[in-house]
Ligand binder design. Structure first.
Ligand SMILES: *[C@@H]1O[C@H](CO)[C@@H](O)[C@H](O)[C@H]1NC(C)=O
Ligand SMILES: *[C@@H]1O[C@H](CO)[C@@H](O)[C@H](O)[C@H]1NC(C)=O
Ligand SMILES: *[C@@H]1O[C@H](CO)[C@@H](O)[C@H](O)[C@H]1NC(C)=O
Ligand SMILES: *[C@@H]1O[C@H](CO)[C@@H](O)[C@H](O)[C@H]1NC(C)=O
Ligand SMILES: *[C@@H]1O[C@H](CO)[C@@H](O)[C@H](O)[C@H]1NC(C)=O
Ligand SMILES: *[C@@H]1O[C@H](CO)[C@@H](O)[C@H](O)[C@H]1NC(C)=O
Ligand SMILES: *[C@@H]1O[C@H](CO)[C@@H](O)[C@H](O)[C@H]1NC(C)=O
Length: 644
């Protein structure tokens, strides 16, 4: 009995052992370079308070957030008075600009003798790094002749962390004057963000009984590539290291706008910051639009990303829809935007672009008409007139520019490149595993961007927690991505929704990365996209399996640009049996093996103080015999990339 049992136990893995034989030719799809992409929109301080380098919160009194809803009610939120002054929203004239009609007024008590001023809290604090340059500036109206000291202060110890002074000499009659500091470096580096930024008027006595007016108060830390009005360096670096190839911008639901008339208007996001009124976003925050269309496109240049440009098409999130009779001016706005980005400098908007420092036209790879038009009650109008109004007008002027429908199938019987669609898939983990073969059956008439996807719940849960991003969920997403790769003849590319969220504001929903003032949390999904993005192919390769079919191990093979064979495998709730891989026609005896693992399927990555990064990607050399390799799986959940 005993020896029989041993025999049976030894035989079982053999019987079910998986062998994969990867052909060197004969795949059915050429893979676009665009398999891995990004979605950028303003969501939970992804831009303001995130990628956009401005560190002052509520810098121009454009509105705020009440109970999670963006509001145009102006407040002095995030500002605190120092030494007895009072701060108030003020609308006296002149305003600093017609776009920014609200300013902050500081009233100084008549008995003042000390320095007076105020401080800002930043976006959940400030990052203090003694190796980086910072700069501050503000617009002032009123009479003051003296020094303004601007500095960071540790909110926990009260220590002053930097010093810079501005000499101000102006009278009320001069109206608004901008003051800009020299660059300065903090005296220390802080490991925590609990810091405020002070604007202190040294000669408080001279201001006794007077008022001063402020707008566009700003602090930037040195930005990615040292761009003016540029990107937060660590976040842009994280994006660069993700290695994606394209980005859809400026949204996303946020482009649609919460209700009339607050859709995303390109021409309100360009030029002087004083000419950008901002607007209520759909995700609860006011958008300053400091991270405007040109700043976003500069980012795509700096990061080498192709652009999928979304244009507003008459649908608001609150179901308001522009009627057919009224749609033309909105079509014109989309055409104006395209002329602004693509037009010769002899055109009206091409000349405007040039005047803003961009002589050369940008490159736009796709234009997507709207966002999620099959919800917000948009489906019937999209099919009846909205899609074709934009499609026809853009096609007439840009015959080669591919257009993307947000509804599946594309309206009006369009197919081929003209029938390109954007699908958004938010499902639970179990569904993502099952989506592995969903595109095997997809119509080949409609090329697909999976413009947003994310596993948002563990297991097969259909309600409850949507924020946890476990390793099991990341494995499920990886399986889905293998299905996309196998069907690269119809799947142009994929992007996870959302890209960034501020951790303090939105700890509980998914993002590729979450940031605080000081730190970036790289989700498990970030590492999956990075690993797969670094191992894209140029064409698919057929794989013949023996011993088992798909599940618990899933796979996909491609040929890469260097002529190497790349086999991606995901073990999902499997065993630790090795998989025998044969690369047909190869005599290689060594291969590179990348393995992403985590302690368990329930593991998550978190901020450093909350458990930190638990996922791990190792790179090693695997030895084989004449093109055959035994690929080990050391745990039931693992993502493996073999490059031969
Ligand atoms: C420090 O700042 C963080 C982020 O705003 C906050 O969560 C935390 O409570 C602060 N710590 C202290 C001791 O105030
Ligand atoms: C959307 O909001 C606008 C402005 O508040 C309102 O007039 C309109 O009725 C709303 N639309 C719908 C369909 O609720
Ligand atoms: C943007 O363009 C629209 C339509 O041409 C116009 O109504 C609006 O005033 C412009 N907005 C700004 C801020 O220039
Ligand atoms: C919108 O399209 C998506 C993707 O095809 C689909 O899952 C969803 O059910 C559709 N929603 C509506 C309201 O039609
Ligand atoms: C290409 O192969 C994949 C994987 O076997 C399959 O799902 C897909 O349908 C094939 N595409 C075509 C156009 O035959
Ligand atoms: C990070 O840790 C906090 C505190 O333990 C927890 O509430 C949160 O859910 C964790 N984040 C993730 C993504 O699990
Ligand atoms: C990743 O795993 C390797 C091998 O087990 C180990 O040596 C390394 O320290 C791990 N790295 C991290 C960041 O956990």
């Amino acid at each position: 009995m005993k020896s029989l049992a041993v025999l049976a136990a030894a035989a079982a893995p053999l019987a079910s052992a998986l062998s994969l034989s990867v052909a060197s030719t004969g795949g059915n799809a050429t893979i676009t370079t665009n398999q891995y992409g990004l979605l950028f929109e303003e969501i939970y301080n992804s831009g303001d308070g995130g990628l956009y380098g401005e560190l002052i919160r509520n810098r121009a009194f454009q509105g705020g957030n009440i109970n999670g809803v963006a509001t145009l009610d102006r407040t002095t939120d995030y500002w605190t008075a120092v030494n007895g002054v009072t701060l108030a929203i003020d609308t006296s004239t002149p305003a600093v600009s017609t776009s920014l009609p609200y300013q902050m007024r500081m009233d100084v008590p008549t008995d003042t003798t000390d320095a007076v001023g105020f401080y800002n809290e930043g976006f959940w604090g400030f990052n203090i790094d003694s190796t980086k340059r910072y700069i501050t500036s503000f617009y002032l109206r009123g009479t003051y002749h003296g020094v303004v000291n601007c500095y960071f202060q540790d909110a926990l110890t009260g220590d002053q962390l930097s010093t810079v002074s501005l000499e101000v000499s102006q009278t009320a009659g001069q109206g608004w004057v901008q003051h800009m500091s020299a660059t300065f470096m903090p005296t220390t580096t802080l490991a925590y963000p609990n810091v405020t930024f002070y604007f202190m008027f040294e000669d408080g006595a001279s201001l006794a009984g007077e008022s001063l007016y402020f707008n566009m108060l700003s602090v930037f830390k040195q930005t990615y590539d040292n761009r003016n009005n540029g990107l937060r360096e660590d976040m842009a670096t994280a994006l660069a290291e993700l290695g994606a190839k394209w980005i859809r911008l400026p949204g996303g639901s946020n482009m649609e706008g919460p209700y009339p008339p607050y859709y995303w208007k390109w021409n309100a996001t360009i030029g002087s910051l004083l000419n950008r009124p901002g607007r209520p976003g759909v995700w609860g925050d006011i958008n300053t639009d400091g991270f405007g269309i040109l700043e976003q496109l500069q980012m795509t240049i700096d990061l080498g990303l192709e652009v999928v440009l979304a244009v507003w098409d008459g649908l608001y999130i609150n179901d308001s829809i522009i009627s057919e009779a009224d749609i033309d001016p909105y079509v014109d706005q989309a055409l104006n935007l395209l002329e602004f980005l693509l037009g010769d400098t002899s055109t009206t908007y091409g000349a405007l672009r040039k005047s803003l420092g961009y002589s050369n036209p940008f490159t736009i790879s796709y234009v997507e008409i709207g966002n999620e038009d099959n919800i917000s009650n948009g489906e019937s109008s999209y099919k009846a007139y909205r899609y074709m109004a934009f499609y026809t007008a853009i096609r007439a002027l840009y015959p080669d520019l591919p257009l993307v429908s947000t509804i599946n199938p594309a309206p009006s019987g369009l197919t081929g490149i003209d029938g390109t669609i954007d699908l958004h898939i938010y499902e639970n983990e179990a569904t993502f595993v099952n989506l592995f073969n969903t595109f095997d059956q997809a119509s080949r008439k409609y090329p697909v961007f999976v413009g947003e996807y994310a596993a948002i719940r563990t297991g097969s849960h259909t309600s409850g927690q949507v924020g946890v991003q476990t390793f099991g969920m990341a494995c499920a997403e990886a399986i889905f991505l293998l299905g996309c790769e196998r069907n690269a003849d119809v799947i142009i590319g994929t992007a996870y929704g959302a890209l960034f969220k501020e951790y303090n504001e939105e700890p509980g929903t998914v993002a590729v990365m979450k940031h605080t003032a000081n730190e970036i949390l790289y989700s498990m999904s970030y590492y999956v996209q990075q690993l797969f993005g670094a191992n894209v192919g140029t064409q698919t390769l057929p794989v013949t399996a023996t011993g088992a079919g798909f599940g618990p191990v899933y796979w996909s093979a491609v040929l890469n640009a260097d002529g190497q064979t790349v086999l991606k495998m995901v073990n999902y709730a499997g065993t630790t049996n090795p998989v025998t891989v044969t690369i047909e026609g190869s005599t290689a005896t060594s291969a590179t093996l990348y393995v992403m693992s985590a302690p368990s399927s329930a593991s998550v990555n978190n901020l450093s103080g909350l458990g930190g990064t638990t996922s791990n990607i190792t790179t090693s050399t695997l030895t084989g015999t004449a093109g055959t390799f035994s690929v080990p799986f050391t745990s039931g959940y693992q993502i493996v990339v073999l490059v031969v």
